[in-house]
Each structure stands twice: as structure tokens, then as C-alpha cells.
Design a protein around this ligand. Structure first.
Ligand code: PLP
Length: 479
């Protein structure tokens, strides 16, 4: 038996490379990441998928492969087609980030593999994450007693928030068809998905009308609540947005919170895109009232420029979050007995999870918060600049002055179909490839969007897009 075990060990030891091999691999990987980063200014932001030349080798082999060959394959098949989210030319949807120190944080976390789900296993990792959550709690303006969890993203954070709201409001299955929810047509689609997953799909949904800037009308909200109350229904949840994905609009938070308090309704705020703008003065000026929500979602992989996989959920009364997510299990008894405070596993659907605090802690400590505040203010001013410049160009019409960093616009051609022209204009920008923009439909009209949120987006990028839009529109008009 020992011979058998030893023979297996010889093979299994391949999983434990020695220092020389580790160093060689690390050098190869960083040589590639350096090449990737240094060529970013000249790499297209968008490359159409051509299928054949970008296929991955489908075989999973028994034997080892050379790292060079794997990196080549990664570059060709993964890092080439589609949108390049590391590029400052990413001006579509809501751009992500990819701060380099976050990658180093992930590297450190993955090598030591500290267990961040339970304080008993890694008190230090749990304390580090708690420090970060407490910092976000203060940023939101929440009182002592608030808490939260670092999640994998905004969709999961919204799901956890809605489950928390459901339990806090004590919505039982049989009451669901009478329990009404209030939101606007601009709420992110992940809320719809989360309601379905949380078993709340049969709650009647009231679409609250919006003003000309796509913000919830609080007076109509209250009238709808009164009507539902009179009809014997039970209003229990309002979902508002601080920075809608489509137009960057911020709902009137204080007015909504007052109504919710009066009617004992849970006020959930999706600030996945906009929340971290509270770090700069320009953002604070428009984000008042966030602290009055019962729960708030914010995405560090948007507003703090982290790589994908970073969301945050904050709940005004952390016990409500725990109530919806805590657990008991015999095999966890040692860990439970030692617990003085909540661990992440008490506050989320996850047990084992990445130590994701390090990818946030390392960059904000290493680079300092001042750089983040400046970058966020810069994004707001870049959006204002684009709005002002494009608005002054004949033929272009721009949407409302941006609250944050999303601008909507379209070109009005002298003849032909407006929607069709703007679709061609979008295609012209994507064919150029240097920058990436996206589109939406507003009141049925095909509309182009600018979303500035990448830390590598600066004035030169916006000027490039302004020139490209004008020259492309002129060319299309002449065709
Ligand atoms: C991006 C976004 C989400 C979804 O978050 P993910 O992190 O992509 O899961 C939800 N709401 C808003 C307003 C968003 O911008």
C-alpha cells in the first residue's frame, strides 16, 4: 500500500512547484501583463469576434503544458475578442476597472488562501473586511449599528438585500399576492431577476412614473401607496436607484425615504453604479439621502475601479441582514462558540468565499483615498464637458445635464430615419475600435450613451470620441 501511495505522491507533487519554477512562472506572467498594460494605449477597445482564429483548444490534457503556449492562447482567444475592459476607451454600459494593486491583492489572498468566511478560521481576514465595510458604512452616512458584506457584485448584493427586506417585513408566502412593490422602469434588470429568485415574483409591481429626467415621482408614489392601502393590499418595498444604468439618474432619495418611513415600507437603494461618487464633492452634492435607505448596494468594481467580482451590500440595521442569512450547523459548533460578532458567513448566502477584501484594501491603502476622490470628480467633469461640447455641435441633441457620469445623445440627420442613422453612427464608432460606446432606448427612441467611469479615461479619450462622432456623422450624412 505504501508503494502505491508513494507512486501517487510522485505524480501529485506536480501540484507543488518549487521556488525556481514559481519564479519562472511569475516572471512569464508578469512579462505578459506588462506587455498587455504597456500596449493598452494603442490596443483597440473593441474587437469583433471572428470565431475561428479566436477559438480555445478544447482538450483538457493529462500531461503538463508549457506556460508560454498557454499565455499565447490566452492572448489570442480571450484577451483579444470583445470589449477590452482594461482600456480607458471603454465608455459603454457601465465601465469596470482593473486597478493593478487589486491584482496584487488577489495574488496575495490566493497564495495564503485565508478563510475569510468565518472569524474563527481567520480573525485577521474577517477584521480586515469589517474595517472596509465600516468605512463604506461611514461613507454612506449610516449610523452605528449598520453593517454589511462584500459580495461578488451588485446583482448578488441586490438579491441579498431583497431577501433581507422580505424577512424584515415578514412577508409570508401566502401574503405575496397582496404585498405590493414600487419601482420605476429604470430600475436595473437584476432587481427583477432577484425578485423572481427570492420567490417574490407574484408581488404586484407598481411602475411609478418618472419626471423628464427619469427620476421617480414621489407624489405619485405616495398616491399609489394610498390607493393600494385602501384596496386592502400591503405596500412593503420601494426600490430606488442612485445612478440608473441607462441615464445615471438619481431618484429623489429624501422624499422617498420620508414616504417609506410614514408607511413603514422598506426602502432599498440600488447605488451599484453611483454610490461611490459620495467620495467626491460633486457626487455628495447630488447623493444626499442615501443614508436614509434601509439597504444600499454599491459596486467597488464600478465606482472604485476594482476588477470584476466586487460588490457591497450595506444594511442600516445589520441584525436584519443576519436574520435573513445566519445559519446553524453541528459541524460549525467550534466556530460559532468563539464568535463575538458576525462573520461574513452570517451575513451572506456564501460560506467559503474568496478573501475579496484584500483587492480593495491594498489599492486604497497603497494609493491613498485622495487619488480615488480626484478620479471620481474627474469622471463627473468629463461627462459635463462632453455634454457641453457635443450639445454645441449642430445636428447633435444631448439629454439632460448629467447628475453623475452618464450622458445620452443622438444625431438628428437632415433626412432619413433618425433611429437608423444613429444605429449606423454607433456601428461607425465600433468599427473604428479605438473607443467603445453603447446605446439604449429612451421613450422608444434609439439613443447613444456615454458612460465615463474607467480610471484610465481622461480628457484625450473624450476629445477623441467627440472628433470621431462629428467626422462619422458628417460622412454618414454625405453618403
Ligand atoms: C451594474 C449594475 C447592477 C448589477 O451589478 P453587477 O455587479 O453587474 O452584478 C445593478 N444595478 C445597477 C444600477 C448597476 O449599474
Amino acid at each position: 500500500m505504501k508503494d502505491k501511495i508513494k507512486a501517487l505522491e510522485t505524480q501529485a507533487r506536480r501540484l507543488e512547484p518549487g521556488p525556481n519554477e514559481r519564479e519562472a512562472w511569475t516572471r512569464q506572467v508578469t512579462a505578459y501583463t506588462e506587455r498587455f498594460l504597456q500596449s493598452l494605449p494603442t490596443t483597440p477597445t473593441y474587437v469583433a469576434d471572428d470565431g475561428a482564429s479566436m477559438q480555445l483548444d478544447p482538450d483538457i490534457e493529462e500531461t503538463p503544458a508549457a506556460l508560454d503556449a498557454l499565455i499565447d492562447e490566452l492572448e489570442r482567444a480571450v484577451d483579444t475578442p470583445g470589449i477590452n475592459p482594461a482600456s480607458g476607451g471603454h465608455l459603454g454600459y457601465i465601465p469596470g476597472g482593473g486597478l493593478y494593486p487589486s491584482a496584487l491583492g488577489d495574488f496575495l489572498a490566493d497564495v495564503s488562501n485565508r478563510y475569510a468566511g468565518v472569524a474563527f478560521a481567520s480573525p485577521g481576514a474577517v477584521r480586515l473586511e469589517k474595517t472596509l465595510v465600516d468605512w463604506i458604512v461611514r461613507l454612506v452616512g449610516y449610523p452605528v449599528g449598520a453593517g454589511g458584506d462584500l459580495t461578488s457584485g451588485g446583482s448578488i448584493a441586490n438579491l441579498s438585500a431583497l431577501v433581507t427586506a422580505r424577512d424584515a417585513q415578514d412577508i409570508k408566502a401566502r401574503e405575496i399576492p397582496q404585498s405590493t412593490i414600487y419601482l420605476t422602469g429604470q430600475v436595473h434588470h437584476c432587481v427583477d431577476k432577484a425578485l423572481r429568485m427570492a420567490g417574490l415574483d407574484e408581488c404586484p409591481r407598481r411602475m411609478v412614473p418618472m419626471d423628464g429626467r427619469y427620476r421617480m415621482d414621489p407624489q405619485v408614489l405616495e398616491r399609489m401607496i394610498d390607493t393600494d392601502n385602501k384596496a386592502g393590499l400591503r405596500p412593503w418595498l420601494v426600490v430606488a436607484s442612485a445612478g440608473t444604468t441607462d441615464t445615471g439618474a438619481i431618484d429623489p432619495l429624501s422624499a422617498i425615504s420620508e414616504i417609506c418611513r410614514r408607511h413603514k415600507i422598506w426602502f432599498h437603494l440600488d447605488a451599484a453604479y453611483g454610490g461611490f461618487f459620495r467620495l467626491c464633492e460633486e457626487g455628495r452634492a447630488v447623493l444626499g439621502g442615501m443614508e436614509e435607505a434601509d439597504s444600499v448596494v454599491m459596486d467597488p468594481h464600478k465606482g472604485l475601479f476594482l476588477p470584476y467580482g466586487s460588490g457591497a451590500l450595506l444594511v442600516r440595521d445589520v441584525h436584519q441582514l443576519a436574520r435573513a442569512h445566519s445559519y446553524e450547523a453541528n459541524y460549525m459548533q467550534d466556530a460559532r462558540a468563539a464568535a463575538a460578532d458576525y462573520s461574513p458567513a452570517d451575513l451572506s448566502a456564501e460560506l467559503s468565499r474568496p478573501f475579496r477584501g484584500l483587492r480593495l484594501w491594498l489599492p486604497i491603502k497603497l494609493l491613498g483615498l485622495g487619488a480615488f476622490r480626484a478620479a471620481l470628480a474627474e469622471k463627473i467633469w468629463l461627462a459635463r464637458y462632453f455634454h457641453q461640447r457635443l450639445g454645441a455641435v449642430a445636428g447633435f441633441e444631448v439629454g439632460p445635464e448629467p447628475d453623475l457620469s452618464v450622458v445620452t445623445y443622438r444625431y438628428r440627420p437632415t433626412r432619413g430615419d433618425v433611429d437608423e442613422f444613429n444605429q449606423r453612427l454607433l456601428r461607425a464608432v465600433l468599427d473604428d475600435g479605438k473607443v467603445f460606446i453603447s446605446s439604449t432606448r429612451l421613450d422608444g427612441a434609439f439613443t447613444l450613451r456615454l458612460a465615463v467611469l474607467h480610471f484610465r479615461t481622461h480628457l484625450d479619450t473624450i476629445d477623441y470620441l467627440l472628433d470621431l462622432l462629428q467626422s462619422s456623422a458628417r460622412r454618414l450624412e454625405a453618403e
